[in-house]
Design a protein around this ligand. Structure first.
Ligand SMILES: CC(=O)N[C@@H](CCC[C@H](N)C(=O)O)C(=O)O
Length: 373
């Protein structure tokens, strides 16, 4: 029988208990239980909501090195059929945060056993998928006291091969904004449409109109995405819908494009109000700052990889994904990188299956790299 590496087993245990943003109670308890087995002399733990700050004391600290791992799952029904699949109906670690946590625990454990000179701060952050935990953690009294001098994080990348790390200086991930649009018209009998204001038809027009914003209003040399991921409306097949709701997300590479896209969405929604004689409300939900990798720190990491892990390095392009780690990088120098986990199914897919060998690889690269800081 295949012997399962300790941190792979931890990933599998965490994979069974995915929880949505700010509901990561079992996850927090699991992490605390694991940490309770480590030397109390070296490890100091502070709870923050459903997350944790964990300081690993160095031998003669001059600086604080930060590492952030996100801990929440997504509202997706898992379809992997794995023996350790999610035990929480309708929730899944479909963005790899189980892998992120197990890597963080692996690196943390290595430095409890063999401390660095400097202190390390491991940040187990809730709610990355929304509404966002990085910005409030950064503002917390705990992080004001334990303020890292440099900070790093990774994200799994199913599209990159096992044993690779993809990174770039500067912009890595997009600016994001959630998008919720509520339409209110007038319901009624399906056979009497002329007495109603049908919000199913209005929402269909609106979704179609939103598609033209990126192609017609955003500079083609810039980039933007508007995705409507969910539409709800109406009650039954023979009643005209009084209400409809669109839920989506906006991604842009520049702040200017974000402002353009929002102005155009507002104009389209005004047009729908006039055309369909309805009322509309727009809510932008949570917004994430772009992930901008500190060029000097990233160059140092690239140089390290070129020297020690040459075959693993990929210089990548920016992606339209969002990450609230961008807020931490806005204040503290550091970077984020992609860790190749080679899965035919991508992030946010019900069949995502990261190659678990990436866990050991990442722990080994990071424990080695941290010694160069
Ligand atoms: C890495 C990743 O997949 N991050 C999420 C962040 C979501 C932000 C927010 N809830 C939104 O949808 O705008 C992503 O979807 O990129």
């Amino acid at each position: 029988m295949e012997e399962v590496n300790r941190f792979v087993q931890i990933r599998r245990d965490l994979h069974k208990i995915p929880e949505l943003g700010y509901q990561e109670f079992k996850t927090q308890a699991f992490l605390l239980n694991y940490l309770s087995g480590l030397s109390k002399e070296r490890v100091e733990i502070r709870k923050w909501k459903t997350g944790l700050f964990v300081k690993v004391h160095g031998t003669a600290p001059e600086k604080l090195i930060g590492w952030r791992a996100d801990i929440d799952g997504l509202p997706i029904e898992e379809q992997t059929g794995l023996p350790f699949k999610s035990e929480h109906p309708g929730q899944m670690h479909a963005c790899g945060h189980d892998v992120h946590m197990s890597i963080a625990l692996g690196v943390l454990t290595a430095f409890v056993k063999k401390p660095l000179k400097d202190d390390l701060l491991f940040i187990f952050q809730p709610a990355e998928e929304g509404p966002g935990g990085a910005a409030p953690m950064l503002e917390s009294e705990m992080m004001k006291e334990w303020r890292p001098d440099i900070i790093f994080a990774l994200h799994i990348a199913p599209e990159y091969p096992l044993g690779t790390i993809a990174v770039k200086e500067g912009l890595l991930f997009a600016n994001t904004s959630e998008l919720f649009i509520d339409l209110k018209g007038k319901g009624g009998h399906a056979a009497y449409p002329h007495h109603t204001k049908d919000m199913v038809v209005a929402s269909a027009y609106l979704v179609t109109q939103l598609q033209s914003i990126v192609s017609r209003n955003v500079d083609p040399l810039d980039s933007a995405v508007i995705t409507v991921g969910k539409i709800t409306g109406g009650t039954v097949q023979n009643i005209i819908a009084e209400n409809a709701r669109l839920e989506g997300t906006i991604r842009t590479l520049s702040a200017e494009a974000m402002s353009t896209v929002k102005k155009r969405i507002e104009a389209c929604v005004k047009g729908i109000e006039a055309a369909f004689e309805c009322e509309a409300d727009i809510d932008y939900g949570s917004m994430y700052h772009q992930v901008y990798n500190d060029p000097e720190r990233t160059a140092h990491f690239i140089e390290y990889l070129e020297k020690n892990q040459k075959e693993s390095l990929i210089i990548c392009k920016e992606a339209m994904t969002g990450e609230d780690f961008g807020y931490m990088l806005k204040e503290i120098p550091g970077f984020m990188f992609w860790l190749g986990v080679q899965s035919p199914f991508g992030l946010h897919h019900a069949k995502l299956q990261p190659d678990e060998k990436a866990i050991e690889f990442a722990i080994s690269v990071l424990t080695d790299y941290f010694q160069t800081l």
